[in-house]
Ligand binder design. Structure first.
Ligand SMILES: *[C@@H]1O[C@H](CO)[C@@H](O)[C@H](O)[C@H]1NC(C)=O
Ligand SMILES: *[C@@H]1O[C@H](CO)[C@@H](O)[C@H](O)[C@H]1NC(C)=O
Ligand SMILES: *[C@@H]1O[C@H](CO)[C@@H](O)[C@H](O)[C@H]1NC(C)=O
Ligand SMILES: *[C@@H]1O[C@H](CO)[C@@H](O)[C@H](O)[C@H]1NC(C)=O
Ligand SMILES: *[C@@H]1O[C@H](CO)[C@@H](O)[C@H](O)[C@H]1NC(C)=O
Ligand SMILES: *[C@@H]1O[C@H](CO)[C@@H](O)[C@H](O)[C@H]1NC(C)=O
Ligand SMILES: *[C@@H]1O[C@H](CO)[C@@H](O)[C@H](O)[C@H]1NC(C)=O
Ligand SMILES: *[C@@H]1O[C@H](CO)[C@@H](O)[C@H](O)[C@H]1NC(C)=O
Ligand SMILES: *[C@@H]1O[C@H](CO)[C@@H](O)[C@H](O)[C@H]1NC(C)=O
Length: 361
């Protein structure tokens, strides 16, 4: 990138603080995923009723006795919200990771070191594109598994349908949400019309899979999906030069959660996003680490309290990640920070070219 462009990026992104007004807590004891005893590697949401724990609730009554676990949970959540102070609310977030994309398949194909150090920075190879990639056949299958799960859960298990839907603007999430919620028997009052939100995108690395298409293109692919207010035509966040740090990502995850919690009165909310972004949302929500496989879904019962005073949070700078300017000579088993084994003709890029950020819109 030319220096003049870098200066422009710097100017566009140089803002210091955000004000946050919500205090989030994950309410444990309702879902297996927030229990330390549950192994995320082997956990399957489709065979466990999304992880909903079989239990009684203090809100159970003689009339709820014959109801399903989901129906009693729904009654319990209504009771919780009816009995919390006005500045406190509980919402069930249903967070879905997109199905396998071509970038996931390419990472497996090349191996993580070669992928991170080199191939991820390209748009693709001679046969496959992985810049803002679409789903692989496997990824489509995973979204159809989710579709089947929700069809059964809504019709047979009494699971409440989401009352609103949000998705990342990346093609793999748009496609996953589209397949997952297609053809379901949804309440007429709560149709599947996902709002596209910029800050639900994946952590912004130098990888081309993290650069989104322009708004015009997204609208041409999904004409019925509304964009949030202010959604820009071009991707102003991805530079290919510097990437978001986990701390910076958590700040924008908090921003998008504050936005949803302040403006959406729904109790059941579906969000389609990415592994890295869902990990960040879980950190902000105070949930334990829980890695999702491609296509997996996790529910999180959240208590949100509006705080009296807004708290200012600085966004840490973006940073550069080590990579090579030519393919690796070998797949390095010792890959780590700065551990790219570049060919001698292509020295690794390891020092920050520029420190920019924080960013907001
Ligand atoms: C946030 O909520 C938790 C749990 O309710 C509480 O312990 C903590 O003090 C709260 N933090 C702030 C800043 O209000
Ligand atoms: C779960 O594990 C984390 C990390 O090991 C620990 O900090 C936390 O106290 C544990 N929670 C419970 C409920 O055991
Ligand atoms: C979780 O399951 C995986 C796969 O079976 C296993 O390798 C891992 O050790 C398990 N983790 C824990 C904490 O038991
Ligand atoms: C919960 O209850 C259902 C219905 O009784 C049963 O099929 C399921 O195996 C139970 N799940 C667990 C985790 O105990
Ligand atoms: C391109 O990458 C894909 C993995 O996503 C792989 O299946 C394919 O063979 C590669 N094509 C070439 C020409 O190397
Ligand atoms: C999925 O996307 C296609 C193409 O934009 C559209 O025609 C269809 O209505 C969408 N389905 C759902 C459930 O949103
Ligand atoms: C928007 O993206 C599409 C697809 O990548 C591209 O063909 C088009 O030129 C872009 N529009 C502008 C104004 O750059
Ligand atoms: C978006 O990017 C394209 C291609 O770089 C450029 O032609 C167009 O003016 C940009 N649009 C806006 C609104 O910035
Ligand atoms: C949210 O508020 C709107 C407008 O007041 C209302 O129509 C809608 O039913 C409410 N939704 C929920 C889930 O309470």
């Amino acid at each position: 990138m030319k220096l003049s462009t870098l200066a422009a990026v710097h100017a566009a992104l140089a803002t210091i603080t955000i004000a946050t007004s919500m205090n989030y807590t994950t309410v444990t004891g309702y879902f297996l995923q927030d229990d330390n005893a549950t192994n995320a590697t082997t956990f399957d949401y489709t065979t466990t009723n999304l992880g909903l724990i079989n239990r009684t609730y203090p809100s159970d009554t003689s009339t709820t006795q014959t109801q399903t676990q989901w129906q009693r949970f729904t009654h319990h959540l209504t009771t919780l919200n009816a009995n919390t102070p006005p500045h406190t609310t509980h919402k069930l977030l249903i967070l879905g990771r997109h199905g396998e994309g071509h970038h996931n398949a390419a990472e497996s194909f090349y191996g993580t070191p070669a992928w991170n150090c080199y191939y991820s920075l390209l748009n693709g190879n001679a046969t496959t594109s992985w810049a803002d990639p679409t789903l692989t056949e496997e990824g489509i299958e995973q979204a159809l598994v989710a579709n089947k799960f929700f069809a059964h859960a809504l019709s047979e298990s009494g699971m409440p349908a989401p009352q609103s839907y949000y998705t990342s603007p990346m093609q793999r999430c748009l496609a996953t949400a589209n397949l997952t919620f297609s053809g379901l028997d949804l309440p007429a009052k709560y149709p599947f019309i996902p709002t596209i939100k910029e800050f639900l995108r994946e952590g912004i690395s130098l990888h081309t899979c993290d650069r989104r298409h322009n708004r015009t293109y997204i609208a041409s692919m999904y004409p019925d999906y509304p964009f949030e207010a202010g959604f820009a035509e071009n991707d102003t966040y991805w530079t290919g030069v510097v990437g978001e740090t986990p701390d910076a990502q958590d700040v924008r995850s908090r921003t998008v959660l504050d936005d949803i919690f302040s403006n959406d009165n729904s109790t059941y909310i579906s969000i389609t996003s990415h592994s890295g972004e869902i990990a960040s949302l879980l950190r902000v929500l105070g949930h334990r680490v829980f890695s999702l496989r491609t296509g997996a879904v996790i529910p999180v019962l959240v208590k949100a309290e509006t705080m009296k005073d807004e708290v200012s949070t600085s966004t840490p700078s973006f940073t550069i990640s080590p990579h090579c300017t030519a393919p690796l000579v070998t797949s390095a088993s010792s890959f780590g920070v700065g551990g790219c084994l570049c060919p001698s003709s292509a020295a690794p890029v390891t020092t920050p070219l520029i420190s920019i950020g924080p960013f907001r819109r």
